[in-house]
Design a protein around this ligand. Structure first.
Ligand code: NAP
Length: 306
């Protein structure tokens, strides 16, 4: 019997994973917050609607609440970084002794917090360049094809269930250095997203602030070296430039969160970079100033600053 994929966080990315796994015939359970969310899901037909290449496909998936007592052997955590720890804690008593927990959160900091709270589980970190959004509840648009890197900090071999991702069409690779992947993505985010909020512009608007971007890249490169992530530091500035050009017409995810009054993941992105600098005694004047300006701007816009 294949192991059940329990998906905690039926948002954009969680729904995208759940829909593809279920579509390939694997057993999947959505874990919803409460009875009201479960009742709403069931009233809408008990299925997720996956919109891919303009076509909508309903995919029936069983759902349950946090309060269910079904044991969990494999858990995919697809909440925002700030929700991951409390969400996992609320179902920790359901995890089996050999549980594996896959963490899809962007940034850094939330994964270690979850791993520390679950000392007996194998925690696997993931970094995704796929894109998804929810036009409405229980509907998900696969907006950007990308790739998923997974890895952990143990010497254990890659999990056997990676073949289930292949069977489900989920592009992935086992990474021998997942922290370098996560740090690199964090650094790209720090060099681009906060500035788009502060300058109120699309990513391409940063071409007018080349010196500011360049200064941040220098500092981020130094921080990555200081953290022992020299692999993640290589060619950072060039990649930032490439991303700005390739996504010139897009609004960054942080820009969109602020525009919609949603909480951002600042604490796990720029906040994590600044905290690591402080922990290591590595000065980061530009990044610290950027963080202060961003927090001030979030406050002015009435968005949570943590
Ligand atoms: P999202 O759409 O906001 O989904 C998060 C989901 O978690 C929501 O459905 C939320 O439920 C649920 N949740 C939070 N706490 C919960 C709890 N205690 N119990 C049950 N459900 C809970 O977020 P997302 O865009 O999928 O992002 C998830 C992570 O993936 C983030 O770290 C993000 O940076 C990363 N990521 C996203 C994308 C993307 O394209 N979306 C791409 C790469 C990486 P409610 O709906 O009830 O609030």
């Amino acid at each position: 019997m294949p192991v059940i994929w329990h998906i905690l966080g039926a948002g954009s990315l969680g729904s995208l994973w759940a829909a593809r796994l279920a579509r390939s015939g694997l057993p999947v359970r959505l874990i919803l917050r409460n009875d009201a969310r479960l009742a709403d899901y069931q009233a809408q037909g008990g299925c997720l609607k996956l919109i891919e290449d303009g076509r909508e496909q309903p995919i029936a998936i069983s759902a349950q609440t946090l309060a269910s007592d079904e044991p969990i052997q494999r858990l995919l955590v697809a909440c925002k970084a700030y929700d991951a720890l409390p969400a996992v804690q609320s179902i920790a008593n359901r995890l089996t002794a050999d549980a594996e927990v896959i963490l899809l959160q962007n940034g850094l900091g939330s994964q270690d917090a979850v791993a520390a709270a679950l000392p007996h589980a194998r925690c696997i970190f993931a970094s995704s360049t796929e894109g998804a959004f929810r036009p409405q509840d229980w509907q998900v648009v696969f907006a950007g094809r990308g790739h998923n890197w997974l890895g952990d900090q143990t010497e254990q071999p890659p999990p056997r269930w990676l073949s289930e991702l292949s069977d489900s069409g989920i592009a992935h690779e086992w990474s021998g250095n997942i922290l370098a992947r996560l740090w690199r993505k964090l650094a790209l985010n720090c060099a681009i997203n906060p500035l788009t909020v502060l300058h109120d512009c699309k990513n391409g608007g940063l071409l007018d602030y080349a010196e500011e971007v360049s200064g941040l890249c220098d500092e981020l490169g130094g921080l990555l070296q200081a953290c022992g992530q020299s692999e993640a530091a290589q060619g950072l500035h060039d990649e930032v430039q490439r991303v700005i050009l390739a996504t010139a017409a897009n609004y960054s995810s942080m820009y969109q969160d602020v525009a919609h009054g949603r909480r951002t993941e600042i604490r796990y992105l720029l906040g994590h970079a600044c905290a690591e600098g402080q922990r290591l005694g590595h000065p980061l004047p530009r990044l610290n100033q950027l963080q202060a300006r961003l927090i001030e701007r979030l406050g002015q816009r009435g968005v949570r600053t943590d």
